[in-house]
Design a protein around this ligand. Structure first.
Ligand code: 8IG
Length: 278
C-alpha cells in the first residue's frame, strides 16, 4: 500500500467536494450500486479521476464514489468494487476503503451479494455478517507493514462491530425483516463452489459464501475503523440449491430485493453516520 497515493486519493476527494471530513462510508455490492444515485445532493466522482483507484473492467461500470451530505455529516458511497478473481492485487481491492478511512470515516458498511448456506435463508433475504472465514488464501496485510496505517498484527476478535450489528438488527425489525445474522466465508472464485466445498464451509461454521468483503473488512480493522457488513442472499449455495447456480439468477434476485435494501439503508445510514467515537 503506497501511503502517499492513499493520501493523494483522500485529498482529491476532499478538495473536489470542498468537504474536509467524511464520517462514514458504504461499499455497494453487485446489483446494489444504484443506491448511490438516489442521493440528489450527492456529488459523483469517477474512480478514473481519483489518484490510485483501481478501475473496474466490467462493461458499463467504471466505478465511482458519491459524496453526499446526511444531516450535518457527510458520507461516501462507493460502487464498482474490484475482486481478487479479476486479477486485482489485495492493495488495489482495499484501496477504496482505505481512502474512506483516510477521509475520516470511522464506520464503514460493506454490502455484497452472496450465496446462502444456512437453511433459514431464502433468496432475497438480507443477512448481517457476524464474523468471517477468510478462505481466499490472500490477506491485504501481507508484506511490509506501514505503521502509519495500523499495527503489524491486528486483533480480529470483533471485525464486525457488535454495537453496529445490534443497531442494524433493530433496523431490520423496524423494516419488518427477520434479523438474520451469519458467518461469511470468502472464497477466491470466480467459480462458484462445488457441493463438497459448500459442505466444508458449512462444517467450518459458514452461513454465507461469497467472493468479496473480507479483504476490505481486514484493511478497515487494520486502520482502526468500525465495520458492519450485510449480505443480500441472491442464491442458495451449490448443493443447497436444487438447481445449478447462474449469474442471471443472482442479478434477478438483486433487482427484486433492491427496494428492501434501499429501505434498510435509508433507515440505517443515520445510525452509521452518528458515531459516538468522534
Ligand atoms: I451472488 O454461491 C454470489 N456470490 N462464492 N458462492 C460464492 N460467491 C457468490 C455466490 C455463491 N453467490
Amino acid at each position: 500500500m503506497n501511503y502517499h497515493t492513499l493520501m493523494a486519493a483522500s485529498a482529491s476527494i476532499r478538495m473536489f467536494t470542498g468537504v474536509d471530513r467524511y464520517d462514514a462510508a458504504v461499499v455497494l455490492g453487485s446489483g446494489l450500486g444504484s443506491y448511490a444515485t438516489a442521493f440528489n445532493d450527492g456529488v459523483e466522482i469517477k474512480f478514473v479521476d481519483i489518484p490510485g483507484f483501481p478501475i473496474p473492467k466490467v462493461a458499463g461500470h467504471s466505478g465511482s464514489v458519491v459524496a453526499a451530505p446526511l444531516g450535518n455529516k457527510n458520507v461516501l458511497l462507493f460502487s464498482g468494487r474490484v475482486h481478487a478473481y479479476e486479477g486485482w492485487e489485495m492493495d488495489e481491492i482495499v484501496f477504496g476503503v482505505r481512502t474512506a478511512v483516510a477521509c475520516g470515516a470511522k464506520r464503514i458498511m460493506l454490502t455484497n451479494a452472496a450465496g446462502g448456506i444456512n437453511p433459514a435463508y431464502a433468496p432475497g433475504d438480507l443477512v448481517m455478517i457476524s464474523d468471517h472465514l477468510n478462505l481466499t488464501g490472500r490477506n491485504p496485510l501481507v508484506g511490509a507493514n506501514d505503521d502509519r496505517l495500523g499495527p503489524r498484527f491486528p486483533d480480529m476478535s470483533e471485525v464486525y462491530s457488535a454495537d453496529l450489528r445490534a443497531q442494524l438488527a433493530d433496523t431490520f425489525r423496524e423494516s419488518g425483516l427477520v434479523p438474520h445474522e451469519g458467518v461469511y466465508a470468502a472464497f477466491l472464485g470466480p467459480t462458484y463452489e462445488t457441493p463438497a466445498e459448500v459442505q466444508m464451509a458449512k462444517t467450518l461454521g459458514a452461513d454465507l459464501v461469497g467472493m468479496s468483503t473480507v479483504p476490505e473488512a481486514i484493511a478497515i480493522r487494520h486502520m482502526g475503523a468500525e465495520v458492519v457488513g450485510v449480505s443480500l442472499v441472491t442464491n442458495l449455495a451449490a448443493g443447497i440449491s436444487p438447481t445449478p447456480l447462474s449469474h442471471d439468477e443472482v442479478t434477478e434476485t438483486a433487482a427484486r430485493a433492491r427496494a428492501t435494501f434501499t429501505n434498510v439503508l435509508d433507515r440505517f445510514l443515520p445510525t452509521l453516520i452518528d458515531s459516538p467515537i468522534d
